[in-house]
Design a protein around this ligand. Sequence first.
Ligand SMILES: Nc1ncnc2c1ncn2[C@@H]1O[C@H](COP(=O)(O)OP(=O)(O)OP(=O)(O)O)[C@@H](O)[C@H]1O
Ligand SMILES: [Mg+2]
Length: 249
Amino acid sequence: MSLMRVEHLQKAFGSLVVTRDVSLDLKPGERHVIIGPNGAGKTSFIHQLGGQLLPDAGKIFIGDEDVTGLQPEQLAQRGLARTFQKNTLFQGLTAFENARLGAQARFGSTYGMIRAVLARSDLNERAMQALTRLSLAHLADMQVSSLSYGDQRQLEMAVALAGEPRILLLDEPTSGLSPAETSQLIQLIKGLPAELGIIMIEHDMEVVFSIADRITVLYYGEVLASGAPGDVAANARVREVYLGASSNA
Ligand SMILES: Nc1ncnc2c1ncn2[C@@H]1O[C@H](COP(=O)(O)OP(=O)(O)OP(=O)(O)O)[C@@H](O)[C@H]1O
Ligand SMILES: [Mg+2]
């Protein structure tokens, strides 16, 4: 049984095709990493999975449910959470308030009036747990705009995890992080619940190969290769157009 399934997804901006007949399958617990050169269409692909961008054709399923065309809020309620290549935190709110919004996106609207008080403490607890998991608890009351870039990247992850997702989409979570922050984030990702399915875009090949159960290579919107890390690394075409050209493109 798949957590998420993508069938023949297609998207163009005018004459520029950014997603060309992409199919993909995410199993519970799978760490599926998407790589490809700049402009390959990785972010556009994730935007379609997250509901930020409407595909032109093709289907997206969460479990058995066709979720194609659903809004990000509706996908959040189905257990999908994501981070962005450029963070989308509320700069004027505190770290805690941001994390709480992450919990609310998943659990907020399912509570009736009568449980409002209970819901509040429940959401607060989830928010605090997520901050603690990312070692950000001591920054809970800090306004986001006063946090370092590295802490903001970590906070984005906390916001996503506060909703206790079943599916997590990460768009270059390590970009701009120091080596120490990067290895801390890798450890965190490795320590996430075993049944969580992750689709992650990543440029740093060390990170890619330390995390991936499966790698998909996008190239001009198309799947160039998809499979176990060893098979993808050995793929002649992948080496030619991507891995061989640069390890940090
Ligand atoms: N809203 C848009 N309208 C028009 N073109 C777009 C839009 N968004 C992205 N593009 C173009 O689509 C192509 C794919 O962009 P996308 O951001 O998906 O690539 P990417 O693989 O994530 O690249 P990077 O590694 O630089 O993040 C690029 O040529 C980009 O300029
Ligand atoms: Mg991108």
